[in-house]
Design a protein around this ligand. Structure first.
Ligand SMILES: [Zn+2]
Length: 885
């Protein structure tokens, strides 16, 4: 007995020594980097961060390192799993239990209680999705060092009670781009020159608006952690905000609340927010605030999506330095009302001190307001260390409550769904664009929503649905998420008196996916029975059908499908087929084909046209029909591969990035053009169409100005660029403008068009992000393939009317708003300002044309219902009138 005890003690001593030795082998971040984390003008690179995390995992049995995948530009996207060695040894078991809590169909109370007793709480923290918010990734080095090495009751208690998933950067590309750019400029006169391109290749700052549409690989990786691998109970996303107000925002969030978030989720977030609020003040830090600006309303960021999955999504926002350069702010006193305005008539010089803080009123949710002074990277690191440890403490202390909350709410969701109202959403198999419907189902499936397909016909709410219909029952744990994305939003805007400006929502007010994507999805309220099988969404299978061996064969593609544009781009790259849009409807073998139908005819040199079309059909997921072509003349547009230019300013325009993303997804070859390319002129020789993404006229013309801007990135297209665009259009080119860029085209080319919303104040018209109804002229080539009525996105967008005289320019409205209120989802104030106004139009100018899209046809790559308008504009730019041979 005694000997056995001695052996145990000896083994314990050896283990402790091993632990201490391993801990000693991990250098401190300061030893590793050669400078203290947060030192002025010093930033660790992504390579250094990744290597340090690998060292920490090698040195410590508390840390596991994984590379989950590669970022858009090929950098490692990493995740650390940090917990006690005992927990890490049974990590797969813990993970399996998390899944049982997430989908508790078979998990009764007593089995759940057993999980609560044996398991730690899983918490995810993601850092620096916005790459100019540099501090958190830097901070993570000191955080991980302490977690890896400290032998204290405090740290060990947290490690025993928590499985901590840490993503040190969820946009590694931006970490690389921003740090490289800063290191290139620091210490020079251009230290404050902003990055002239997006810090995520396609989305820039909007990388945190992609959480439900999941277009980018980084968003998909975070989604996989959340809804496939881990189902964490708590998810904190650490950000930075502007430099001039509060030092730190923590939850509780502000109003309004979204009705699809469980109050128990909000309460748990409030509680954990209070841990951070308390600990930062207890540590002697000031300027910490809760309950303002950041609301419970919108969908789009990953941590917000977590709310609708009954997870406790949290946000922290630190005041920013200028990357790693300190910021000076003039001081003020408590309860002092500063009357100093931001200087107008030009950008603020970032080298000058900021005006004093304006919000100096001490109050419950902001008891020690920030009153100005010097603010440095190290300050942010210090606050972030305190708040991150506070959260881990709060999760450890409330482990069982958080587990029970998640389990109970997931059970409740299933029960609520069974009762109906709503009971399910049904997607009939016949859709205007089956690819859009498949995409909608796919993104819901990736977010943990269970989707079914009906094996047989069924009846629900008195309607018959065929076999093959897709069904999303509401009796599932994450029903609130599906419901919120499928139903219309009704934003609870607080009423204002006439002439007052309504309160601006944090982001958009509505997003209903079926409306944005032109997908038919029917809400069913009463319970029904149907034979359902689980279904993993996939794009429609492309196929060549009909009669491919016809003697005089033609191939028909549905213009209604967005994917057909992709197929057309493949076809236009070949010289053995000719591609047409029918300019009139026609009949073949009793089948009616609408105007705009895509007709492909092989040339004499085509060796095996059926094989070519079949291959393209499969690759682009389009159904192509082969027919015997009748010997009739059919008026048509003959397409040629358009030579597309996409304007990229040096102001890092997200809308340009989204446009570029969309063009690449649908196979449109394009050339990026900058200010110098446009100013050089002779554009018609190079391009058929030039696209301007949403950007103000002033920004396009003048770009960034200031002597702190690197000279090669100053300025815009200028007067020379305007003259070149005018000549380009007059000589037959097509100019396409999105959103506010319309103002440039209207003014610079003198178009007989007026943006009716240009000077309308928000007190009269206000629509800060909603889905609206539009009416489309689908007999105009721009409208081919569109239904006559559909949903479109709108975010304080321009709308147009024609201004006489315009005999020569023959403007044609292609999209109009209805005379009645066009709101389908979200919020609109002053809808009468849109009544019968034009949303998109074509204007002749010389021998070319200008196409103005007021509303965002490609908004964050979401409104599949209106992508086609842009695709048509691009294809049409190189089309000529013809007859199909
Ligand atoms: Zn941010």
């Amino acid at each position: 007995m005694r000997d056995r005890f001695r052996v145990l003690v000896a083994a314990f001593v050896v283990l402790c020594l091993a632990g201490a030795a391993a801990a000693q082998s991990l250098p401190t971040p300061e030893q590793y980097l050669g400078f203290r984390v947060g030192t002025d003008r010093k930033l660790a690179t992504w390579d250094q961060v990744v290597r340090y995390m690998q060292l920490a995992a090698q040195a410590s049995d508390r840390i596991r390192y994984e590379e989950l995948g590669k970022s858009t530009l090929g950098h490692p996207f990493i995740l650390l799993t940090i917990s006690s060695p005992q927990n890490l040894a049974r990590l797969e078991e813990i993970r399996a239990d998390q899944r049982r809590l997430a989908y508790p169909y078979e998990l009764d109370e007593s089995a759940a209680e057993a999980i609560f007793r044996r398991n730690p709480a899983v918490v995810l923290i993601t850092l620096t999705i916005h790459s100019t918010e540099v501090a958190a990734t830097q901070m993570s080095l000191e955080l991980v060092y302490r977690l890896a090495t400290e032998q204290s009751e405090y740290v060990e208690d947290i490690l025993n009670k928590v499985v901590f998933l840490l993503a040190p950067s969820v946009n590694p590309d931006g970490q690389v781009l921003v740090v490289d750019w800063y290191n290139r400029n620091v210490g020079t006169e251009y230290e404050y020159s902003p990055l002239p391109w997006l810090y995520h290749k396609y989305t820039g700052h909007d990388n945190n608006r992609d959480a439900y549409m999941l277009t980018q690989v980084e968003t998909r990786l975070v989604t996989k952690i959340l809804y496939e691998d881990w189902f964490p109970l708590v998810f904190l996303d650490e950000h930075q905000m502007g430099s001039s107000g509060a030092r730190l925002f923590v939850p509780p969030f502000a109003d309004p609340i979204n009705p699809n978030i469980e109050p128990a989720v909000m309460a748990a977030a409030n509680l954990l927010g209070m841990y951070m609020f308390h600990k930062t003040y207890a540590a002697g830090l000031t300027g910490v605030q809760y309950g303002e600006r950041f609301t419970w309303w919108w969908q789009g960021s990953a941590k917000n999506g977590a709310w609708y999955h009954n997870m406790v999504g949290l946000l922290t926002e630190m005041a920013s330095a200028w990357l790693a350069s300190p910021v000076e702010q003039r001081r003020t006193r408590l309860y002092q009302l500063s009357r100093e305005e931001e200087p107008s008539g030009g950008p603020r010089d970032p080298r000058e001190p900021l005006p004093p803080p304006r919000d100096t009123w001490a109050r419950t949710n902001y008891p020690r307001p920030w009153l100005g002074g010097t603010w440095r990277l190290r300050d942010i690191v210090d606050y972030e260390l305190v708040l991150t440890w506070a959260l881990l403490e709060g999760v450890a202390a409330n482990r069982e409550m958080l587990q029970r909350n998640f389990y109970t709410l997931n059970r409740k969701a299933i029960e609520t769904g069974r009762k109906g109202n709503p009971f399910a959403w049904v997607f009939p198999p016949e859709q205007h664009d089956p690819g859009a419907a498949a995409k909608l189902l796919e993104v819901l499936g990736l977010a943990g929503i269970e989707i079914y397909r009906a094996a047989a016909e069924f009846t629900a709410d008195g309607q018959k649905f065929p076999a093959g219909s897709y069904v999303i029952p509401m009796a599932q744990p994450f029903r609130n998420y599906a419901k919120d994305l499928l139903e219309p939003q009704s934003y609870p805007m607080r009423p204002v008196r006439a002439g007052e400006t309504p309160e601006r929502p944090y982001d958009v007010t509505g997003w209903t996916l079926p409306y944005q994507m032109g997908v038919t999805a029917i809400r069913i309220d009463r319970p029904f029975d149907a034979s359902l099988e689980r279904f993993v969404p996939a794009p429609p299978a492309g196929a060549l059908v009909g009669n491919p061996r016809a003697r005089n064969v033609a191939f028909l593609l549905p213009h209604e499908w967005n994917a057909s544009a992709h197929a057309v781009n493949r076809l236009l790259a070949r010289n053995d087929v000719e591609v047409y849009w029918a300019a009139q409807s026609f009949q073949i073998a009793g089948q009616q084909y609408p105007e705009g139908t895509i007709v492909v005819r092989p040339t004499k040199s085509a060796r095996d046209p059926a094989a070519i079309l079949e291959h393209i059909a499969r690759e682009t997921h389009v159904r192509i029909t082969a027919v015997e072509w009748p010997q009739t003349t059919l008026n048509a547009w003959r397409l040629r591969a358009p030579r597309i230019a996409l304007y990229q300013p040096w102001t890092a325009n997200m809308d340009e990035g989204w446009t570029r993303w969309l063009l690449e997804q649908y196979g449109f070859p394009y050339t990026t053009v900058h200010n110098a390319d446009l100013r050089a002129g002779n554009l018609r020789a190079r391009f058929d169409v030039i696209v301007f993404a949403d950007q103000s006229k002033n920004s396009i013309l003048n770009g960034n100005r200031g002597e702190w801007i690197r000279p090669e990135y100053r300025g815009g297209i200028g007067e020379a660029g305007v003259r070149a665009l005018d000549e380009f259009v007059r000589t037959g080119g097509t100019l396409v403008t999105l959103g506010e860029a319309a103002d440039l085209a209207i003014d610079a080319l003198g178009l007989p068009v007026r943006n009716v919303l240009r000077n309308v104040p928000a007190s009269q018209f206000f629509c800060p992000g909603a889905v609206l109804e539009i009416l489309v002229d689908n007999r105009h080539p721009l409208g081919y393939g569109m239904p006559e009525r559909t949903g479109s996105y709108f975010r304080n967008s321009p709308a147009f009317e024609l201004v006489a005289p315009f005999t020569a320019s023959e403007p044609r409205a292609v999209v109009r708003y209805p005379t009645e209120n066009p709101l389908k989802s979200g919020w609109i104030g002053g809808p009468e300002h849109l009544s019968n106004r034009i949303g998109a139009l074509e204007v002749r100018h010389g021998s070319g044309r200008v196409i103005l899209f007021g509303f965002p046809v490609q908004w964050r790559a979401q409104p599949h219902a209106t992508f086609k308008l842009l695709f048509n504009a691009l294809h049409w730019s190189a089309a000529t009138t013809a007859t199909v041979p």
